[in-house]
Design a protein around this ligand. Structure first.
Ligand SMILES: Cc1ncc(C[n+]2csc(CCOP(=O)(O)OP(=O)(O)O)c2C)c(N)n1
Ligand SMILES: [Mg+2]
Length: 333
């Protein structure tokens, strides 16, 4: 699918907003990577290098469509319209975080934005999304759900059970495979015989595509087509987005299993730089506008850090709030 042209349905402002959103995700991840030692949030998984997937895909759905995310979920959260300050505060474990500081990085969610949550269990998003897609179909809502997952999750049984039922019941769900070539330190090529995961789709009776996940317009166009197909009752699509995570698996990972050459090669394929070049070539922005966007983005990040530092810690007396209590054990309360 050619992505040479900008989609006609976007205004120049909307096209620039896609750039701003990718840059916001990048800057957020860079900041928490830099401050990782100071922030008491365990296991943060940065999304640097993969920004075009979340932003391109979420631009192709409506506000009332749903997504499920992964353990690497900050990018999905921001791309679906989640609030920057509440995300930063959650990473800081503060009361003004969207989970009141109780969830941390791997549980970021915003139901008001139909972002149904990150997930610390690899491969657990797709079966949740399957249920949402079934509900949408039974209620005739016309809503679709994008479920993001990695190449490691792609070899999990529950993903395959979900793809099977989704195709059998023609559910409005798009399987968004973020193939960053590694499941933690394991190269996916060592544990997977096929080169393109999308080949598996045929075995379940659905369409499968492998695309350049670092090309935001290609991601957008592919997802949009799959979404239109799903809304018409055509059923699911598997979209494999080839990409690469620039940093370690987490901010605590020494990342000794990947060569410098490999990392450098992928940095040259930066999704944000590539899109910036296209915006400049299309005369939608110039260097001065880019610089202003960069400066404003860093100000937003600084403000979110200030907001988080000011926010109080959760009150220990509320530790059991929102925790499921067995009504029998607790006398029916
Ligand atoms: C069920 C389960 N198994 C193992 C883990 C430990 N773990 C966390 S992230 C990860 C790698 C996942 O790789 P992938 O799905 O490719 O996502 P990526 O981290 O590359 O985005 C593993 C094995 C886990 N959290 N859940
Ligand atoms: Mg992976």
């Amino acid at each position: 699918m050619s992505s040479d042209e900008f989609p006609k349905e976007f205004s120049p402002e909307e096209l620039i907003n896609l750039y701003k959103k990718m840059l916001l995700i990048r800057s957020f991840e860079e900041r928490i990577t830099k401050d990782a030692g100071k922030i008491k949030s365990p296991l943060v998984h940065p999304y640097i290098g993969e920004e075009a997937i979340a932003v391109g895909a979420c631009a192709a759905i409506n506000e009332d469509d749903y997504i499920t995310s992964t353990h690497r979920g900050h990018g999905h959260f921001l791309a679906k319209g989640g609030d920057l300050n509440s995300l930063m505060a959650e990473i800081y474990g503060k009361k003004d975080g969207m989970c009141k500081g109780r969830g941390g990085s791997m549980h970021v969610a915003d139901f008001s934005k139909h972002m149904l949550g990150a997930n610390g269990i690899v491969g657990a998003g797709p079966p949740l999304a399957l249920g949402v897609a079934l509900a949408s179909k039974l209620r005739n809502e016309g809503r679709v759900i994008l479920t993001f997952f990695g190449d490691g999750a792609a070899n999990q049984g529950m993903l395959h059970e979900s793809m099977n039922l989704a195709a059998a019941w023609k559910l409005p769900i798009i399987f968004m495979l973020e193939n960053n070539l590694y499941g933690w330190s394991t190269p996916s090529a060592n544990v997977t015989a096929i080169k393109d995961f999308s080949l598996r789709a045929q075995g379940y009776g659905m369409k499968g595509l492998s695309i350049n996940g670092n090309d935001i317009i290609e991601v957008y166009k592919t997802v949009k087509e799959a979404v239109e197909f799903a809304r018409k009752g055509g059923g699911p699509t598997l979209i494999e987005c080839k990409t690469y995570r620039w940093g370690g698996q987490t901010t605590m990972d020494a990342d000794k299993y990947r060569s410098t050459e490999e990392k450098e090669e992928w940095k040259r394929k930066c999704p944000i730089e590539a899109y910036k070049t296209r915006l400049i070539r299309g005369e939608l922005v110039d260097q001065q506008i880019i610089q202003e966007i960069e400066e404003k983005t860093l100000i937003l990040i600084d403000e979110s850090v200030k907001f988080s530092k000011k926010s109080p810690k959760p009150d220990p007396n509320t530790a059991l709030d929102n925790v499921y209590k067995n009504p029998i054990e607790y006398g029916g309360n």
